[in-house]
Design a protein around this ligand. Structure first.
Ligand code: NAD
Ligand code: MG
Ligand code: MG
Length: 331
């Protein structure tokens, strides 16, 4: 199955420039979308809670800040960029009452639409523009003249031009400078959750910790274990990112490459792959979403417990010490 990729020449800037846009939330993604759209010549207002810590920052950046109801009321395109677990209540209280037929409701992740925690009326467009990177990189790359690739999706096309709107939005945030991939809400949601759980965040952190612990348990100094299993990770990943696994393998020694083929499949083995399939199945059948939402309702009890346990881990303390000793840490 080939994916469809769009570039700037496929987007019509006038579509998004002709809309009144509300960006709800001014966190990682919110600040990047709002500022990039403004710099792309769009009419942007940021909707924030009364007393929000972000009001000052948004105003200082030259954005117009109003309360969430006013933003939703004024706008004909509303991009929802508050944390996923808060979106249903923000939507019910501050967005839904102001939706008019033909409006566009937009997201940067499909969680609430895909799992049915938000059910918009049938006469509005429901689109997604999901940058494949953290908000601070979305903003930095835009100011440097490039852009983080986006996934764009349309769940409901009430006006018949929802794809044009999604493409034009992706142009506005800078994603079309590097490429915009067409997808569905189901694909984006399930793949995003799987990637962050099994590989990028869950898999990576656990791999690094397991390697570090193995060396430290065997009596090696934690500082050296940190260098081997944590610090060097970025350099290896940079090589893979820039030019592929072959190029990374070309840059490392033959000893390291031999060790890669020999040891990799022993660590990430059939049992690990079976665990990945189970993780994917729990994402697909909605059990992960239910569990996450349950914990959010419980004041993030489990999440906070894990966060605290990690901050007490020796690898974090070692890293802090090492980063304080080397010049690269202040870059
Ligand atoms: P965030 O936690 O950085 O920011 C959330 C913002 O929402 C806050 O800064 C604040 O302005 C507002 N907010 C917080 N609590 C609120 C409340 N009770 N009521 C109203 N507003 C409140 O969130 P984020 O990481 O930017 O995520 C926003 C969306 O973007 C999510 O759907 C997420 O999945 C998606 N996304 C995030 C990233 C990322 O790298 N962070 C990448 C792609 C997509
Ligand atoms: Mg995600
Ligand atoms: Mg080495």
């Amino acid at each position: 199955m080939a994916v469809t990729i769009y570039y700037e020449e496929d987007c019509n800037p006038e579509v998004i420039r002709g809309k009144k846009i509300a960006v709800i939330g001014y966190g990682s993604q919110g600040h990047a979308h709002a500022l990039n759209l403004k710099d792309s010549g769009c009419d942007v207002r940021v909707g924030l809670r009364e007393g929000s810590a972000s009001i000052e920052a948004a105003e200082e950046a030259g954005l117009r800040v109003v309360d969430m109801d006013t933003a939703a009321e004024e706008a004909d395109l509303i991009m929802v960029l508050v944390p996923d677990e808060l979106q249903p209540e923000v939507y019910e209280a501050h967005i839904k009452p102001h939706l008019k037929a033909g409006d566009t409701l937009a997201f940067a992740h499909g969680f609430n639409i895909h799992y049915g925690y938000i059910v918009p009326p049938e006469d509005v467009n429901v689109i997604m523009c999901a940058p494949k990177g953290p908000g601070h990189i979305v903003r930095r790359q835009y100011t440097e003249g490039s852009g983080v690739p986006d996934l764009i999706c349309v769940q409901q096309d009430a006006t018949g031009d929802a794809w044009d709107i999604a493409l034009s939005y992706a142009w506005g945030v800078g994603g079309a400078r590097s490429g915009v991939i067409k997808a569905t809400f189901k694909e984006e949601t399930e793949e995003d959750l799987f990637g962050e759980q099994a590989v990028l965040c869950g898999g990576l952190v656990e791999l690094v910790k397991a390697g570090f612990e193995t060396l430290v348990e065997a009596g090696y100094p934690p500082e050296l274990a940190y260098f081997e299993c944590y610090h060097e990770m970025k350099m290896i990943v940079d090589l893979m990112y820039e030019s592929g696994i072959h190029f990374m393998n070309y840059s490392i020694s033959n000893t390291a490459e031999y060790g890669e083929y020999y040891a990799g499949p022993k660590v990430i083995n059939e049992q690990s792959r079976e665990a990945m399939r189970e993780i994917l199945a729990r994402i697909q059948d909605g059990s992960f979403a239910r569990e996450f939402v349950e914990d959010c309702k419980n004041g993030h009890a489990w999440l906070v417990e894990q966060r605290e346990a990690l901050s007490d881990h020796e690898i974090e303390k070692t890293g802090e010490k090492i980063r304080g000793m080397f010049s690269w840490a202040s870059d």
